[in-house]
Design a protein around this ligand. Structure first.
Ligand code: FNR
Length: 214
């Protein structure tokens, strides 16, 4: 039974990697990297927020993960580009100060939630002043269903191509059946998923080392 069959058969949260983490030899710069974590759900008991907090605790020493909130951002309106609200300015500054971005998102109606797309749009404007440009990225999608947020994950990848966020291709993280994935203390209770997420973060550290602009 391969990993995918095993995850499905167990009914546990599945973490799918179609191929091993990148092993291509290139120099990886070791200093601490500041990673802005964007959570695509605004609800208090969000499983994606729990995953983001679990990742903060599991991250290797060279990655400093911090959630950058998107809930106070206004709906994007191009008329207001020249006069951003403080929430927009703070958000763009937080992204601009980070070395990389990690998106942790649910799937809404087979796509990314509107609040997440709004944050991407807000951060990308005005033209020529995008906060995203060149920051390496990665995506984790977490869902209560069996498909692990595949649709959200890939629609998000499509937008990240346009805003020039080089997004880690492998390993992919589609975390399914997540309703019972977290313990009372917020930790990931399924060993295979926790181990997979640690490998994912280690691969992301390498990806940042290869793709960061400095
Ligand atoms: C969902 N959910 C969902 N799940 C899924 O796997 N595919 C989908 O297309 C959708 N669509 C959807 C739309 C809307 C509006 C809601 C509220 C929910 C279920 C979703 O995976 C589940 O509610 C997660 O728990 C949401 O993530 P958070 O809020 O727990 O992080």
């Amino acid at each position: 039974m391969n990993r995918r069959e095993s995850d499905r058969a167990s009914g546990q949260a599945a973490a799918i990697s179609a191929s091993p983490a990148p092993t291509r030899e290139r120099k990886v710069t070791m200093g601490t990297r500041n990673v802005a974590v964007i959570v695509g759900s605004l609800r208090k008991e969000s499983l994606n927020r729990k995953m983001a907090n679990a990742l903060i605790r599991l991250a290797p020493a060279e990655l400093a993960l911090k959630i950058v909130e998107i809930g106070a951002l206004p709906l994007f309106n191009q008329d207001n580009e020249a006069n951003p609200t403080p929430a927009v300015t703070e958000f763009k500054e937080a992204i601009a100060k980070s070395d990389a971005v990690l998106f942790v998102t649910p799937e809404y109606n087979r796509s990314m939630p509107g609040v997440l797309k709004n944050a991407i749009d807000v951060g990308s404007r005005p033209y020529g002043k995008s906060a995203w440009t060149g920051r390496p990225g990665a995506i984790v999608s977490v869902a209560t269903g069996a498909i692990g947020g595949f649709g959200a994950n890939h629609h998000l990848r499509q937008a990240l191509v346009f805003v020039n966020v080089p997004t880690m291709p492998q390993p992919e993280a589609y975390i399914s059946n997540a309703a019972n994935l977290f313990g009372a203390d917020g930790s990931i209770t399924v060993d295979s998923t926790r181990e997979f997420m640690m490998k994912f973060l280690a691969a992301f550290a390498q990806w940042i080392g290869r793709n960061a602009s400095s």
